[in-house]
Structures are given as structure tokens and as C-alpha cells.
Ligand binder design. Structure first.
Ligand SMILES: Cc1cc2nc3c(=O)[nH]c(=O)nc-3n(C[C@H](O)[C@H](O)[C@H](O)COP(=O)(O)O)c2cc1C
Length: 178
């Protein structure tokens, strides 16, 4: 897979963002990365559930991670995480990163994607991404089944592996100049 050299990320004004958050989560998906790129101690996984908005007067992203994911360990011990978004041509790679675990081998190498240093935070982003989000972890909580008001929600948890919710303050959203 081709990837650009001399990558430049341009920070964009959040209020001028012109994307549909439903399409970006539900159809495009994101790679959620946590850990430290320079220490070669990071992991990434595909996500399609989450949200973006304003909380405590801060722009934020909410992601949900099941405790069974290898990424969960990195999310718990890292202060930052990133999201990387890709055009359709990388869908197959994102699918692989969403079915294989980093615990069982170098799935990132198998995906053909290239982790690179993020503009300001330790976790990587990906050279092939066309948009990236840098986040500082500001809150977490675990879903409590006794609070599920809609009974159908339980169907998502046949193994009682309730997601942990992480809020990340958005430090920056950047688009690639490629
Ligand atoms: C399209 C798609 C969306 C996913 N969304 C989520 C999600 O929002 N939260 C989650 O915990 N797992 C989600 N997964 C599953 C993880 O990506 C998957 O279990 C992955 O293999 C975990 O990798 P890891 O063990 O290396 O962390 C999704 C998978 C796919 C294919």
C-alpha cells in the first residue's frame, strides 16, 4: 500500500468541520490508538461506536472499549489516545484491525498501514489516514447493566463484557495535506 513521505498535518478549526459524525463512526469507522509510539509500546483497534460534542465546556470524543480488548490495557494506562480516519480504500485493513488482536501478533504490520508520530501526543496516528484526532483522557466510567433502560441493550453483552467509556478532550483535529 502506498503511503506518503513528508507527511504534513494541518490543524483545523473545530467549528468549521464539515463532516457527518454518524457517517464517520458508522460507515467509515476509526482506528483508536493508545500507548507510546516512540517507546514502541502501543496498540490500535477499529471502533465504530462513539460520539463527539461538548462536555464541561470542552470539545470531546467519547469511545467505548470492552475489557477483553488488548487496547483496553493501553487506554487505562495512557493519558492520551488518538483516532485516525481513512478513505474507503483502507476498509479491509480496518476490518483486519477490528477482528485480530495485538495480543496475538503484529496485526498492524499485517494490515499494511503505517503508524507514525502524532503531531503533539505520544500515541501514534497513521500515515494513510486523511483525518486524525488527538485526545487527552479526561474521564472514564463502566456501563452499568442495571441502568440500561432499553432492554435490547443487554443483547450486546452476552458475556457481561460491559464497555468502559473514555472521554477525551479534543486537543486537535488535523487533516493530511496529501
Ligand atoms: C467495525 C468494527 C467496529 C468496532 N467497534 C468497537 C468498539 O467501538 N468498541 C470495542 O470495544 N470494540 C470494537 N470493535 C472490536 C475490536 O476492534 C476488536 O475486538 C479488535 O480485535 C480488538 O483488538 P485488540 O485486542 O488488539 O485491542 C470493532 C470491530 C469492528 C470490525
Amino acid at each position: 500500500m502506498e503511503h506518503p513521505v513528508n507527511l504534513v498535518w494541518n490543524k483545523i478549526d473545530l467549528k468549521k468541520l464539515k463532516f457527518n459524525v454518524f457517517e464517520w463512526f458508522d460507515d467509515r469507522w476509526f482506528l483508536l490508538s493508545s500507548g507510546d509510539f516512540e517507546k514502541k509500546d502501543f496498540n490500535t483497534m477499529t471502533i465504530s461506536w462513539g460520539s463527539m460534542g461538548i462536555m464541561w465546556n470542552k470539545p470531546f470524543v467519547q469511545v467505548v472499549v470492552r475489557p477483553t480488548r488488548y487496547t483496553y490495557e493501553f487506554m487505562n494506562r495512557s493519558d492520551y489516545f488518538t483516532l485516525s480516519s481513512f478513505s474507503d480504500q483502507y476498509h479491509r485493513a480496518l476490518n483486519l484491525l477490528g477482528v485480530k488482536s495485538g495480543r496475538d501478533g503484529d496485526k498492524i504490520a499485517k494490515s499494511g498501514l503505517t503508524p507514525v508520530k502524532a503531531p503533539t501526543v505520544p500515541p501514534p496516528v497513521f500515515a494513510e489516514a486523511d483525518l486524525i484526532v488527538e485526545c487527552r483522557k479526561i474521564y472514564w466510567d463502566d456501563f452499568k447493566p442495571e441502568n440500561f433502560l432499553a432492554q435490547e441493550i443487554h443483547r450486546n453483552y452476552s458475556h457481561n463484557d460491559y464497555h468502559r467509556v473514555f472521554f477525551g478532550e479534543i486537543i486537535g483535529i488535523y487533516v493530511s495535506d496529501k
